[in-house]
Design a protein around this ligand. Structure first.
Ligand SMILES: Nc1ncnc2c1ncn2[C@@H]1O[C@H](COP(=O)(O)OP(=O)(O)O)[C@@H](O)[C@H]1O
Ligand SMILES: [Mg+2]
Length: 255
């Protein structure tokens, strides 16, 4: 509990002369869900990209359980337990939902040792796949192709595939964006369930204040690429600096 699972040290990236993320040092702990807020263009997605490996930082480091990931490709970081929903290049549009989940389970298992005979192994893989199918409430569409799913169910499938990877770090960047009101609560319930597993570290970029209030153990605020606040949700959201730079903008976008 007490030692951090993920650490960023002075994480910085420049695009030309523009510093999009500026010396962000932060630690994230198992059993903790941290919501990252900040106005559009604050650097939230860019910060995520440097953690998951889509963008190389100009300066600074990313550490997971003390291992330096900074120069690793996204796939290597995923093997070290850093999971991000859109990293799921292993989605096969023409396969069914269940087949997709089973392949993700198989890929995860392939990373470890395998003590089972082929038949036993297939049964085991299917059982695990069905567990994630149920966890994400996708049973009804289990035999639909991934390509045919409505948008909301596709987002749930992304979460199912992410869960099948069994990462230590879960990263969600506006997971309910563009989602209808009847699907959004399901995805948020899933994130709440992941958070209840005290070994997992969850990072969530989210604008909607009701979602933030319901899920956050901690809030960090980015503004112009800088970390300007970090702490208890109520204290952070009521602090003067956050009200000035963030709440005004948020109220416009969620209205
Ligand atoms: N690949 C890129 N090339 C140039 N500028 C970028 C790139 N990615 C992000 N930016 C810039 O970095 C800043 C932060 O963007 P972003 O991380 O997407 O913000 P947020 O997710 O908080 O809305 C913005 O000014 C954006 O235009
Ligand atoms: Mg963004």
């Amino acid at each position: 509990m007490s030692h951090p699972s993920l650490v960023t040290e002075d994480l910085t990236i420049r695009f030309g002369g523009h510093v999009a993320v500026n010396k962000v040092s932060c630690t994230f702990n198992p059993g903790e869900l941290t919501v990252i807020v900040g106005p559009n263009g604050a650097g939230k997605t860019t910060y995520f990209n440097m953690i998951s490996g889509q963008l190389p930082p100009s300066e600074g480091r990313v550490l997971k359980d003390g291992i330096d990931l900074t120069r690793m490709a996204p796939s290597a970081r995923a093997r070290h337990g850093v999971g991000r929903a859109f990293q799921l290049t292993n989605l096969f549009p023409k396969l069914t939902v269940l087949e997709n989940i089973r392949l993700a389970v198989q890929a995860q298992e392939g990373a470890g040792r395998n003590f089972f005979t082929p038949v036993r192994r297939f049964t085991e893989l299917t059982a695990r796949a069905e567990r994630y199918l149920e966890a994400t409430r996708l049973e009804k569409v289990a035999h639909m192709t991934a390509a045919a799913l409505p948008h909301g169910d596709q987002r749930k499938l992304e979460v199912a595939l992410l869960m099948a990877m069994e990462p230590d770090i879960y990263m969600f960047d506006e997971p309910t964006a563009g989602m209808s009101l009847d699907h959004a609560p399901d995805v948020l319930d899933l994130i709440a369930e992941i958070k209840h597993d005290k070994s997992k570290t969850v990072l969530l970029v989210e604008h909607k204040m009701d979602v933030v209030r319901a899920l956050a153990d901690r809030i960090i605020v980015l503004h112009n690429g800088e970390l300007i606040a970090d702490g208890d949700p109520d204290e952070v959201m009521s602090s003067r600096i956050v009200r000035e730079v963030y709440l005004g903008a948020a109220e416009e976008t969620t209205a």
